[in-house]
Design a binder for this molecule. Structure first.
Ligand SMILES: [Zn+2]
Length: 69
């Protein structure tokens, strides 16, 4: 995987660990963690050259494709 994919994977795994305020297996039920996850993923995408931003109408045509392993 490239550096961007690796970083996004690390961010996702961190989120999926969950926290003490969310039920096991449901990390998305903690809004703080979810917000932190979205912000970290977004910052990573922007750092790696994504052109999309909030309110741009979706990621589809601007998202960076993932590399196949
Ligand atoms: Zn949390």
């Amino acid at each position: 995987m490239n550096e961007r994919d690796t970083e996004l994977l690390r961010i996702t795994r961190e989120f999926l660990k969950g926290c003490t305020c969310a039920p096991v297996g449901k990390p998305h039920e903690c809004s703080e963690c979810t917000e932190a996850f979205v912000e970290a993923a977004y910052a990573s995408e922007m750092k790696h050259g994504a052109k999309h931003g909030p309110g741009s109408g979706g990621l589809d045509h601007n998202a960076i494709p993932f590399e196949k392993d």
